[in-house]
Write a protein that binds this ligand. Sequence first.
Ligand code: AMP
Ligand code: MG
Length: 330
Amino acid sequence: MDNVLGLGIESTAHTFSCAVIEKNKKDGRILSDIRHIYRPADGQGIHPREASRHHVEHSSTVLSECIREAGITIHDIDIVSYAAGPGLGPCLRIGAIVARSLSSFYNIPIYPVNHAIGHIELGKLLTGATNPMVLLVSGGHTMLLAFLNYQWRVFGETLDITLGQLLDQFGRSMGFASPCGQNIEELARTSSNYVPLPYSVKGNDVSFSGLLSATKSVAARSKADACYSLQETAFAMTSEVVERALSFTQKRELMIVGGVAANRRLSEMLRDVCRRHGSKFFAVPLQYAGDCGSQICWTGLLESQVKPGVSLENTFVTQSWRLDSVRIDY
Ligand code: AMP
Ligand code: MG
């Protein structure tokens, strides 16, 4: 098949999203990407049951808007893919149910997709990076990865909370609405007063939980100084492990993906690291940094080049499905 039309469904955490992509050989064109995001009350974290209820309530309108905006009908869809993990069980099940229903009713091949790999594959499509070292920084991940022998290999990761959780938990403690990364970035820009904070790099892994507690006590004196110092410390730790991995692997490309990739200060620091190592820096476009159906759709389309869809009995969701356990043959 030359032109393949895919529908992708994302529902791992706060976002319910559907997207349609047209794949033509190696190229993909996003025809639509519709999202609805669950927003907990200010200062509150994501509640899995409430988030899944949100997904149930919005799934049919997001799906129909996605099909309408793509200018197609459901009968034009060649494959359907859904995010099977990692993520929150109650949320994952909603996307899986929508995908299974479409697959069985319309007889469309179905593909379970690893959400983290979705971030990476869409990043490669949109940036043009071919063989990058990948920094995946989101609500659910803080991982440094390189591809070797059919698998993404982990060069470093967080030992406790993710970079996204660090920002969100700190932001919520100040009463911000979650996700808080953007608010923190804006407030950080209003200060240049660095307050020393715990800097914890172990081997090529990072640990953020001590930093979180210490930053909360700085916030009691100045929220802006706390945001600025938090970003400087956490991003410097991240840049250090990226720099060591680049030096070790001699990769000529670095690509940053995941919601935290939206942060300009982090990109600025990583761009400096790349300059020192003669590597090219790629950041996923802002609009596609956070969770979205396009990530899942594009990865499903890549899978469909080398594999038939799975049978309905073999569709699954797995809350803790690590991306370095997935074999990639495309
Ligand atoms: P994801 O799980 O990929 O949807 O990413 C969500 C995470 O990205 C949340 O933790 C947000 O706080 C974070 N995020 C979004 N925008 C920014 C930003 N401008 N700076 C830092 N973090 C951000
Ligand atoms: Mg994500």
